[in-house]
Structure formats: structure tokens, C-alpha cells
Design a binder for this molecule. Structure first.
Ligand code: GLC
Length: 682
């Protein structure tokens, strides 16, 4: 049933319950312009908030499949930067909302309610001003400002009847869809499936999590024999990406759309570690669908989305990559389904801007690369990757390239778009110039002079040649090269990190020659980087004292295990994509064949241990969803390379030209299209 109405404040029970007083003062006591600095608002709240209770109000209640995007922000005091006082924000879009309430059982029932509220307020706009006469990197800055553009409230067009859905109750009461969904697009890849693929599809569908009857993601691992699920029963944003691609390549778009919109709603949720809140654009690492009593009653239940922004995660690590993956997936969704309407929605555009704002805001940085803490990506434990790790830079670059395509350009976004373009140029230059190593470059570093004080220094980061590790001297081959793991003053992390290197290829962060060089190196070092199970997360492992100091004696990250040189089959789909892009599907096929020999027999492990990936990882989960989905995605990409082309980027000469022009400003390079093609940049 669809009923025209406004959203009603009264419908947001859980949030009102928790912070009623904050709600009323913030909703009605201030005008939006006062909220330019959102942290001050939260300051008011958190001061009166006991540390232990600060993170209680983080649930996203189940307003069902009607995605009133931003609905929560009107009435949820936990969300920042809002107000109802601006008349421009009044919306009168028609919609219905269905509350998913489970009465007397954990099976959801759908009730209709007519909400009634003036507007939604994903109203935080990001305006980026670049000085029109000065395009230098340093002069581009971002201002947080408020824009009075209203949010378009839409619903996910989900018709229950369209789902051939069979749900099963899991031990914790959440519902898991065990059968496939009706195809929502006609681009389904048709072919005869092998037995292993059939098994993988069954497992992947079995990992689907539903929220109020609709598929919204996949659990990280789904091994019924596992006694301690920890948070592996949650939907991780990064883990869902290969699931999403498998679904999209199979013509199942609905779950991906739902995932994108639900996680978008979680984006601006108030989150705290003790009494400190990270930025508003942060996307959660994971979320869980919980079934809770409705209003304390044991008669009725409702489902809620409970996100984890790192405040519960082991080590309290910030999931910097989540937002980047979200943007990457959003673009992939559009490309593979042809449904570009989703990315054009105002709330989705605002979500992108919030993520970008968080990434592009000025800090103390001297470099265009993102400065992050340890554990902020797939490697979500201390592994000595704090600073400017390659993985984050490659995903950042990829997300910026997506944003460049997706962002709607208008008066309020043109400066942001300019900042995105400038950052892309600066970042690719920085990475190509300073992160790339091959035999020649290492020899150069070996002969570096140090303590050079000038803008013309050759050894800009003051790298002491003595830090070239002994393993590298023997390991580096004449074939190709790679992007190092990290770069900081007097520090180059020479470890080979696979995900980052693969994404430099996929996004064209590297030059075409560099990208080819990475694959050449992987081929030349096959035994080290692929071994018996593709692919090593990083090479080599930290051992002895280094392991003790850098990992903090982490018993899970012992040498050649888990993040410390373990082998992760989920990297296979990204390898496949990179190989297809570079015209080397043979390499990918070889890796897929290798995986296929063991992966199902071994029950789809999360990771493998030992130097060559011989054993199933000591603490590895089984039935790991991104292992399963990564395998399926690799298979489908190899069978449909034309679909792969939707997922990678070629060199963008406009960005190069921009970079050359900026460098020219400092008298370093000639500015012309020809120059951009002829520089070391290419
Ligand atoms: C581990 C991995 C992380 C992954 C999570 C769920 O923590 O390091 O990358 O997202 O498991 O699978």
C-alpha cells in the first residue's frame, strides 16, 4: 500500500527512547546554519553522556523495505547536522513505510504505517573551493557548509511477490534466504554450472541475510559447526563486494541495491568510541540484523540493523575502506544493471559527498595519499600498515574515479568535482613516482644520498639505503616491479601487498607499464605469491623480532598465517579482474584452476597458512562467504570478459594532463597533452 504523507517523528521510537531530550533541543532549538560544525552539537550531547552509554543509541530500526533514506536523521538524535526549521526542506513525496514487526515469533510480519514528518536531512553539503586562479594542489580546500537542498525520499522498489524466497531461521533468529531470488535484470550469465559452482551458489544464497524479508547482504562466514561466530555472522561491507558482483553478474540486482541503500542509512549514524565520534561520512565495517522485543514487550518483535563502526571491533579499528568500497560497488551496480537512477538519487549523491568530504578534508598532510591508522582495511589488525598504506591509496583512487563518473555536477558540487579531479592527478603522480620499485629503482635507492635539504632533493623522503631489506635484494627480479606497501619520512615498507597492487592495475593508478610489470612480477614469483593457493595477502611474512614489535606479538598473525603472509582465496576475483584488464586471462585461469582443486574440498576456507599456502589456516573460518563469492565472480568474469570491462578503468589522459600542468606550475614539467603522454607518468 502506498500512502501519500510526510514522515512522522512519532514513528521513530527506539531513538526517541534513548535520547529524547537531545532530540527535542537539536531538532527545534537550532537553525541548520548553526550546525556547520557538527561536532559541537555532539559535544552537547556527549558531555551529559556516560561513556558506557554513549554507544547505546546506534541501532537502525527496521523501517522495513520502504527505504526512507534519511528518515532516521530527522528523528534520530544520533544523527548529526539536521534541523527541521528550513522551509526549503519540506517534502511532500508520497510513500509508504512498512514496519517489520515480528509478533510472537521471529518471522517478520509487515505492517503498514503512515509516517508524517516534514523532511529528511541528509543536508550536510560539502563544498570545495579551489581558487580559480590557482590550481596548485595545496590551495584546494574543502569547506563544510550547509546546503538547503532537500533530500528526495524514495523507497526501494521491492515487491515481496517478486521474490522466490524461502527463509530459514538460524540459531540467532535472523533469517537466511536459502533459495535464489527472481532475476531483476536480463543480463544473467547463462552456462552449464560445474558441481563446485553449484555448491558455491547454494552456499552463497545460504549466506544471504534478510532484513524485514528483503535480502540486504551476506554473512562473512556461515559454518554451522562453528561455535564462536564472533562477528563473522555479520554483513561486512568489504566482504559483501564479491558477493554483490557475483549476484550482479548473475542478474540478481535487488540484494545489491538493498545493501547500498541500507548501508547508506547507517552512514551518518552516531557512533562513538567512549565519548569520541568519528566523521559523519564513515561507513560501518559491518552490520547485523537483530531481532529485539518491540517496546519491551515479549509479544512483538522487530528487526533492527546494528552497525559496527569499529567501536566493537577487535582493536577498535576504523574501517576506512568501507566507504571506498561502497562507492566502488555503487558504480559497479550502475554499470552492470544499467540502473543509473540509484546513483542519481539525492540521498545517494549526498552519501558520496559525505564519504568524499571525510577523505578530502584538509589536515596536516604533505601528501595526496590518505593518512590512516593500522588495521583500517582488509588487514584489520596491527600489521605495521599505519601511515599511507597502498591498499587504502589504491581503493581511494578507485573510489575517486567512481565519484568522477557518478557525481552530478551542479553549482553545489562543481568545487567538489574539481577537488576530486585534482586529487586524482596528484595521487597518481605521487604513487607512480614514489611507491613504484623495480630493479632499477631499488638500485637507485641503494645509492641514495641522504640528508638532502632542498626542494630539489632526489631522496625526498630521506630514505636510508640500509633499510633495503635483505630479502628484497635476492627477491627482486628483472621481470616487472611493484608498488611498495607504505611510504613515510625515512620509511619505505618494501613488502608486497597484493590487494593494493591489484587495485593499482584495476583503477589505472599505475601506468600501463607499471601495471604490466606487476603481473610480470607475480608470474615470475608465482611460487611465492600464489604457491598452492592464490593469493598471498602480503609477502614476505614478518618474523622474529619484527613480528614481535610490529604485530605486538599477535598470535593470529604469526609468520605465514592470516594477515602476515597467509593466502586469501578472496583475492582471486581481484586478480582475475586485473589479469583480464591487462590481457592476461591465462594467468587468472591458472590461478582459478589451482583454487578449484582444493577450495571446495577444504570447505571454502577464509585463508591458508605456510609459505606456499599448503595448509588451511590455523584459525581460518570455513564456509567463508567472500572465498565462495570470489571464486564464483572469478569464474564468471573469465567467461564474460566483456562484463569485466565494466569494473576497471583505463588511463585517463585528462587527469594526466592536469597533473602535468600542476607540476609545470612549479617549473618541473611542460604542460601539454603531448607532454602528459611522454612523461614518466605514462
Ligand atoms: C577478518 C578480515 C577482514 C574481514 C573479516 C570478515 O577480520 O581481516 O578483512 O572483513 O575477517 O571476514
Amino acid at each position: 500500500m502506498t500512502t501519500g504523507s510526510y514522515i512522522g517523528i512519532s514513528t521513530m521510537k527506539p531513538c526517541c527512547r534513548i535520547l529524547g531530550s537531545y532530540k527535542s533541543s537539536s531538532l527545534f532549538g537550532f537553525s541548520p546554519t548553526k550546525f556547520k560544525d557538527s561536532s559541537s552539537i555532539m559535544g552537547i550531547m556527549t558531555k551529559s553522556c556516560h561513556p558506557k552509554s554513549c554507544h547505546r543509541h546506534r541501532y537502525h530500526t527496521c523501517n522495513s523495505d520502504t527505504q526512507i533514506v534519511g528518515y532516521i536523521s530527522v528523528i534520530n538524535p544520533n544523527r548529526r547536522d539536521f534541523s527541521v526549521s528550513d522551509p526549503n526542506w519540506g517534502l511532500s513525496r508520497s510513500f509508504s513505510t512498512r514496519f517489520c514487526v515480528n509478533i510472537g515469533s521471529i518471522r517478520p510480519r509487515v505492517l503498514s504505517m503512515i509516517p508524517n514528518v516534514a523532511s529528511d536531512f541528509r543536508n550536510q553539503s560539502t563544498s570545495v573551493d579551489s581558487h580559480s586562479n590557482d590550481t596548485s594542489f595545496e590551495k584546494i580546500y574543502i569547506q563544510s557548509g550547509l546546503n538547503t537542498k532537500p533530500l528526495v525520499i524514495q523507497k526501494i522498489e521491492t515487491d515481496q511477490s517478486e521474490l522466490e524466497e524461502v527463509t530459514e531461521e538460524t540459531s540467532d533468529g535472523s533469517n537466511i534466504n536459502i533459495h535464489s531470488f527472481k532475476d531483476l535484470s536480463d543480463n544473467k550469465v547463462k552456462k552449464e554450472l560445474s558441481e563446485i559452482e553449484k555448491e558455491a551458489w547454494k552456499l552463497l544464497h545460504g549466506a544471504v541475510v534478510t532484513y524485514c524479508g528483503n535480502p540486504v547482504g551476506t554473512v562473512a562466514a556461515n559454518d554451522p559447526a562453528e561455535k564462536q561466530p564472533l562477528n563473522y555472522d555479520q554483513v561486512f561491507l568489504r566482504d559483501f563486494v564479491p558477493s554483490a558482483l557475483a549476484f550482479l553478474l548473475n542478474g540478481e540486482g535487488e540484494i545489491v541495491k538493498n545493501f547500498l541503500l541500507h548501508t547508506l542509512q547507517l552512514q551518518s549514524w552516531e557512533k562513538t568510541v567512549d565519548c569520541y565520534s568519528p566523521g559523519q561520512g564513515l561507513m560501518p565495517a559491518s552490520f547485523k540484523v537483530r531481532t529485539v522485543p518491540l517496546d519491551g514487550s515479549n509479544e512483538a518483535f522487530e528487526e533492527i540493523l546494528d552497525p559496527d563502526f569499529g567501536e566493537s571491533a577487535i582493536g577498535r579499528v576504523a574501517p576506512v575502506d568501507s566507504g571506498l568500497w561502497w562507492i566502488i560497488l555503487l558504480r559497479a551496480y550502475g554499470k552492470l544493471t544499467g540502473d543509473y537512477a540509484l546513483q542519481e538519487r539525492v540521498d545517494v549523491q549526498t552519501g558520496i559527498r559525505l564519504i568524499l568530504k571525510l577523505c578530502l578534508t584538509d589536515g596536516f598532510d604533505m601528501f595526496p595519499s590518505l593518512l590512516v591508522t593500522d588495521g583500517s582495511c582488509m588487514i584489520d589488525r596491527r600489521m605495521g600498515i599505519h601511515g599511507h598504506p597502498l591498499e587504502i591509496q589504491a581503493l581511494f583512487y578507485s573510489a575517486l574515479r567512481c565519484a568522477r563518473e557518478i557525481l552530478i555536477v551542479n553549482d553545489s558540487t562543481k568545487n567538489l568535482v574539481a577537488a576530486v579531479n585534482n586529487r586524482l592527478s596528484a595521487l597518481s603522480f605521487h604513487m607512480r613516482e614514489y611507491y613504484w620499485v623495480d630493479m632499477k629503482k631499488i638500485n637507485e635507492i641503494y645509492r641514495y644520498k641522504t640528508e638532502e635539504y632542498s626542494t630539489d632533493a632526489v631522496n625526498k623522503f630521506n630514505i636510508y639505503p640500509e633499510q633495503i631489506p635483505a630479502w628484497l635484494v635476492d627477491w627482486i627480479s628483472d621481470e616487472g616491479g611493484y608498488f611498495i606497501g607504505n611510504l613515510q619520512p625515512a620509511h619505505m615498507d618494501f613488502r608486497f601487498f597484493t590487494l593494493g597492487n591489484l587495485w593499482t592495475i584495476v583503477s589505472s593508478l599505475g601506468t600501463s607499464k607499471q601495471n604490466q610489470g606487476i603481473l610480470n612480477l607475480i608470474e615470475a614469483k608465482w611460487d611465492d605469491l600464489v604457491g598452492q593457493m592464490p593469493l598471498k595477502i602480503c609477502y614476505p611474512a614478518l618474523e622474529g623480532e619484527e613480528w614481535r614489535i610490529i604485530t605486538g606479538s599477535d598470535p593470529k598473525n604469526t609468520p605465514w598465517s592470516y594477515h602476515n603472509g597467509g593466502s586469501w582465496p578472496t583475492l582471486l576475483w581481484q586478480f582475475t579482474l586485473a589479469c583480464i584488464k591487462m590481457g592476461r586471462p591465462d594467468l587468472a585461469q591458472k590461478a582459478v584452476d589451482l583454487a578449484e582443486k582444493r577450495i571446495s574440498v577444504d570447505r571454502w576456507p577464509e585463508y591458508y597458512d605456510t609459505r606456499n599456502g599448503k595448509f588451511i589456516g590455523k584459525q581460518s573460518r570455513l564456509m567463508q562467504t567472500w572465498t565462495i563469492a570470489g571464486f564464483l565472480t572469478s569464474k564468471m568474469l573469465l567467461e564474460n570478459p566483456e562484463k569485466a570491462s565494466f569494473l576497471f578503468w583505463e588511463e585517463d589522459f585528462e587527469l594526466l594532463q592536469n597533473c602535468v600542468c600542476m607540476l609545470n606550475k612549479s617549473g618541473r614539467r611542460k604542460c601539454s597533452r603531448f607532454a602528459s603522454r611522454s612523461q614518466i607518468l605514462v
